[in-house]
Design a protein around this ligand. Structure first.
Ligand code: HEM
Length: 404
């Protein structure tokens, strides 16, 4: 047999039914002419990881230095905090190099994004929580990686750490010296590098993966589309109910995510330059790979049950139906979310009128207003309280995989 590439072996495997088609990444055909870099090249992001970070973190793990790093990071919270003393010198140098905004970051746009996030906060909490969060469980690679990594065994703590990322991104000073987001992103980048070293050592993970190393640049882009691109499409869709989103705000919201992707180690040549380019990338990179997995079904149930800890003034059936409403019944069926058709009727009739009243387009308060308001505010509180009693659960670099 001639020198078959990994992709052609996988494609052949799919044709023979040895692996599922959804596990096979398509050849990358998205030209980087539409990226931040603007160069017309076609590098494959499925085979790009994080060369600046991965070898460094692998050696820290192998030398047993990560617990001390996590301890030192307790005082490394704000973007303006000095690099903690006592870190291994190579890590201190690395942090000095990466813990900052890219040269192309535009502070005026980031400020506009911060104002937009504040004005849209209720919708954002809902869409990130019930939309993006649950969508992540039908992204097969992500679901399996999250399930089989250390945090997969304690989803409450993991969700709290993810809330920290979202919370830090949404504060008015997220990208300034007094904010936390740049530092939180750097810790997340280091966490992803640790997962790249650890997961390949898990026999359970190796048994379900199609790719030798997790969390490539392509995988991170897919997750971005389940977050930023998905939320953008819903906000634009809800304009028909009176949501006001200006072109400048759309652009600023994209810019915020572009910077966030850079901080996670995604190369500029893969980061979409416009929403049109982002939606195009999402259409062929995210949409076709969405699929249920055993791990994802389990994670979705765990995540949806986490919100039971707060009183949202609604039933479990209503909450599951709302997830179906914002994500599609196709995804709801994959995740075996129970049906509650009465709640569905209430949502379909009531949610548009809730937005219209909230946005001042309708003078008449709908009868279901207080129910939706209680629900949306409850989700916001859950988010603001970080899913726990603490308001800020620090991100720590894992040192092991899910036991068992
Ligand atoms: C950890 C965010 C993409 C898999 C984390 C953490 C954050 C985060 C904040 C630290 C909190 C925690 O430990 O749970 C993001 C963002 C992404 C992204 C914003 C893209 C925009 C991905 C992708 C994968 C992935 C594509 C896999 C395909 C993981 C895993 C962990 C992790 C396995 C470690 C959980 C553990 O501690 O065991 N991510 N992530 N992430 N992420 Fe991501």
């Amino acid at each position: 047999m001639e020198n078959l590439s990994r992709r052609s072996v996988l494609t052949l495997g799919a044709a023979l039914g040895l692996v599922t088609v959804t596990d096979v990444p398509k050849a990358w055909a998205w030209s980087s002419a539409n990226s931040i870099a603007g160069t017309n090249t076609v590098t494959d992001p499925w085979d790009v990881w994080d060369d600046d970070t991965d070898p460094l973190v692998a050696s820290l793990l192998d030398n047993g230095q990560i617990p001390a790093v996590n301890n030192a990071f307790k005082t490394f919270i704000k973007n303006g905090d000095p690099v903690p003393s006592g870190l291994p010198p190579a890590l201190a140098t690395y942090i000095g190099q990466v813990n900052k905004l890219p040269s192309w970051a535009d502070q005026a746009k980031l400020d506009r994004a911060a104002q937009f996030n504040k004005r849209m906060s209720m919708y954002l909490f809902l869409l990130y929580g019930l939309g993006s969060g649950i969508m992540s469980t039908v992204i097969p690679r992500e679901a399996r990686n999250v399930y089989w990594s250390e945090g997969g065994a304690d989803m409450k703590s993991r969700a709290a750490k993810t809330f920290t990322y979202g919370y830090d991104l949404n504060t008015p000073d997220a990208f300034k010296a007094t904010g936390n987001f740049i530092t939180t992103s750097t810790k997340t980048r280091l966490t992803h590098a640790a997962v790249r070293h650890l997961l390949p050592q898990s026999a359970a993970w190796r048994g379900v993966t199609d790719h030798p190393i997790p969390i490539s640049n392509g995988d991170i882009l897919i997750t971005f589309h389940s977050l930023g691109t998905y939320v953008h499409s819903k906000l634009v869709e809800w304009r028909r109910y009176g949501l006001r989103v200006s072109a400048a705000e759309e652009e600023a919201y994209l810019h915020m995510w572009q910077v966030a992707l850079h901080l996670l180690g995604v190369r500029d040549e893969f980061i979409p330059a416009t929403w049109a380019a982002a939606h195009e990338q999402s259409q062929y990179a995210l949409t076709p790979i969405l699929a249920p997995t055993r791990e994802g079904i389990d994670l979705a149930d765990t995540l949806l049950n986490l919100t039971s800890s707060v009183d949202l003034g609604i039933t479990k059936g209503f909450q599951r139906e709302f997830a179906r409403y914002v994500l599609s019944d196709r995804i709801g069926n994959w995740l075996r979310l129970p049906r509650d058709l009465i709640s569905r009727g209430v949502i379909e009739a009531g949610w548009p009128t809730y937005i219209m009243f909230r946005e001042g387009l309708s003078p008449v308060m709908p009868g279901t207003f207080s129910m939706f308001d209680h629900f949306v505010r409850g989700l916001a509180m859950l988010f603001l309280n970080n899913g726990t009693s603490s308001s800020h659960t620090p991100i720590t670099i894992p040192t092991m995989n899910r036991p068992g």
